[in-house]
Design a protein around this ligand. Sequence first.
Ligand code: ZN
Length: 421
Amino acid sequence: MLRVRRAGPACTLTLVLGAVTLFFVGCLSFSEHGFWKKEEAEKPIEPVAVDRLIRVRLMGRRPRPSEELSVTAPYALTDTQSGAQFGEKQPPVSLATVRPAGEAGIEIGEKLIPSGDITLTPSRDAAIVLGDRTYRGTLRIQREADGLVFTNHLDIEAYLKGVLRGELPRYFHIESFKAQCVAARTYALYSKRNKPAGKTFDVYDDEGSQVYKGVAMEDATAVEAVDATHGEVCVYDDGEKEDIFCTYYSSCCGGLSQHVNNVKPNDPPAPPLAGRVACEDCYVAPRYRWEPVKISKAEVTKKLVARYPSIRKIGTVTGLRPRKRTEDGRIISMEIVGSGGQKEVLIGEDFRLSMGGRLVKSTNFAIETTKDAFIFKDGKGFGHGMGLCQYGMETKARRGMDYRRILATYYPGSTVKRIYE
Ligand SMILES: [Zn+2]
């Protein structure tokens, strides 16, 4: 999800942040002592124009054969590519089945639309009900393979109100919600900017990006946190420019965060993601230490092949050998030994996700091998351990730390900056 591309409208934020930074760091003058020195900026900063539209792919990775749709207000129906509108305002629809129709069309209830890429724009907000979830903004429906894919387009501030409660327990402190909100906003804008060419959405609605369940998740705490941090993102100054970075976060680091390139070798190694942030505050997490998990060798093989079909050639997995660990024990790379003695190597986090991210809760574990199974034991932490630790954040918030200091702690060298009003 994070291939770097800096072209077209997606680079707006970079350019704008770059311009703002140049304004600050570019104000140098030659002093009477012969040294270049910084002068205070005198002119007000120009308002920043950021493309705030976020496009969220709904309902998983695969096209759906059909889905149930209601639109509870009149809506405009347009061809997404050409912008041409089909007829006058469409009347509201209730529990219509939407599905592919004919060679290239889409059917909504009885209505056949001669386009495979349409956008519904209701005249009132929060009027789209897809499956059992209500969404703000507009809905794009595209034919893909034999089914349909659904993408919700909405302003990032509205999106965040539907994200926070999917990412944090209700009882978390308001400063935690604010810190999470700034991280989530930065993450979404970074994903939007760095998405691969041709991709028609910025984020998924699940753990692959950020959990987003629409209007139903907008409670008072979420709304308060979004409004209190309106337009704020995490930035760092690399010496030449100020920029956002991929603000990864996970549930519980287990004691020490890890370097982004341990998990994502192709990501830019932004200093705030260099890891090694000691965190003694996530001990309150339910999965700070986790119980042993036993998985049969046959099942381990099946899970790995499902995700990496080429592993099939090594036969049944008979051995798992961590090749490289972090100083606190996280497995960076895992050697997988097959029944014929052949070997494959996977990134530790990829191995874990193959087993199931909720089953094997982190890459910090010991391995016991029995005749027909592996036991993952002495487990520490929950999640990938990059960047912000959510349970550590919560303990810090309850001790009185505000969200800006929390973010500066988990993303060292970064600051919080408002980039639009
Ligand atoms: Zn932690």
